[in-house]
Design a protein around this ligand. Sequence first.
Ligand SMILES: [Zn+2]
Length: 93
Amino acid sequence: MSGIGSADGLGSLSGLGADLTHPRCSRSGCDAAATNTVNWRNPKIHTADRVKVWLACDDHVEYLRDFLEARDFPVLVAPLGTVVSVVPDRSVR
Ligand SMILES: [Zn+2]
């Protein structure tokens, strides 16, 4: 008689952090489903091909855009699912 060790112990795979199936608004405290992406960059530290992405529900897309525009960051709002590769410079004078 020889015992064979159990192969148990393999749990389900984990490690994917971002939930792309149910994206949520980036506004702190907001739990709503995101419907827009707020694409932006900080021209002082990011090159022109760098795009930061926030997610926003319909209620907060204006808030988040205003937040960034108040800092003179280039901002481009797009529908969720749209890939934005470049955020154009704002025409600030
Ligand atoms: Zn929101």
